[in-house]
Design a protein. Structure first.
Length: 318
């Protein structure tokens, strides 16, 4: 989840700033690239309108003349948070002097998100959404007027999902929203627009979120070292012992998961208290194909299955 280089998930999306610009007269106007720069961005302002290619443009920034550019394009750097930069372009047209103006007010906005799908304790990544799970998105704006930081509760939030406004999730102080995850194999674009109460400061952020399949892994539950989360079992696994306890971890699964274990094609009972646990025991060196499939009490999209070939070698001396 962010928009900047944040891990929560974070996944990576850029922060944006809002820049307001209005032409004083209708014959000429200023356009900006990028249209919404954030602090420190290089911004190109271009005069557009009914002007000749050789028209001289007198630029000024905060009332001070800019001498390095007399053409229709001015390049500058957006200021830090809390600043207002006024740009004026004065030019001669067939109808006399014309003025176009712009005001740049940088803001920053991060958009973070996470899912309520399952990941094991101390998992180092983000819980990714699978079909049937939910997504919680959090807008983290940084708005300033001068040296005054505007509280996130004093901002107005407008949330969208695939360009559809979510009115029930939007409003003053509504910095977070909860969405259903995208459908199976699908993706959604989550966007938020943030504005100050007086409408002078704005920011926009969006991110594309894709649903993922449940990823099923199995780990050895070692009698001395506990669950060995550092090494998931490969499709073929050999153990020096005569008994092997396994723990299944359904990454990104939804709630209400049911575990269906099997041995050599026949149904096998898991641990009564812990359905994710299965113990394989052999009285002599042998091999077995251990299968596991998942379903859900309420989510029809929850499905995953794998098979492991396991050899119990009876070579340990415990």
């Amino acid at each position: 989840m962010s928009i900047r280089s944040l891990v929560f998930a974070i996944i990576v999306v850029p922060s944006f700033a809002f820049a307001q610009y209005n032409a004083i007269v209708s014959e000429v106007a200023l356009t900006m690239d990028p249209q919404m720069p954030h602090p420190g961005d290089t911004v190109s302002l271009t005069v557009q309108g009914l002007i000749r290619p050789d028209t001289r443009v007198n630029w000024s920034i905060d009332g001070k003349p800019v001498f390095q550019s007399t053409g229709p394009i001015l390049t500058m750097t957006a200021g830090p948070l809390g600043t207002e930069t006024e740009i004026d372009a004065v030019l001669q047209t067939d109808t006399g002097p014309q003025v176009a103006s712009a005001t740049i007010r940088p803001t920053e906005l991060d958009l973070l998100w996470s899912s309520d799908s399952y990941v094991p304790p101390f998992f180092g990544g983000r819980a990714l959404p699978s079909a049937g799970s939910s997504i919680r998105a959090e807008a983290v704006p940084r708005f300033k007027k001068g040296s005054t930081v505007i509280s996130s509760s004093d901002l107005v939030y407008s949330w969208k999902r695939n360009d559809a406004t979510l009115s029930t999730a939007s409003g003053r102080g509504r910095s977070h929203a909860v969405f259903p995850a995208p459908v199976l194999f699908g993706s959604d674009v989550i966007a938020v627009d943030v504005a100050s109460l007086d409408g002078t400061l704005h920011a926009h952020a969006e991110t594309q979120i894709r649903s993922v399949d449940t990823h099923l892994s199995v780990y050895q539950d070692h009698p001395l070292f506990g669950v060995l989360f550092n090494a998931a079992l490969d499709a073929q696994f050999s153990s020096p012992d005569k008994e092997l306890s396994l723990i299944a971890v359904p990454y990104y699964a939804t709630q209400g998961v049911l575990y269906h274990w099997g041995v050599n094609g026949a149904e096998a009972a898991p641990s009564p208290k812990t359905p994710a646990r299965f113990t394989l025991h052999a009285t002599e060196p042998s091999s077995a194909d251990i299968s596991l499939s998942l379903s859900s009490e309420w989510n029809p999209f929850e499905a995953a299955s794998r098979v492991w070939h396991i050899d119990l070698l009876h070579s340990s001396q415990r």
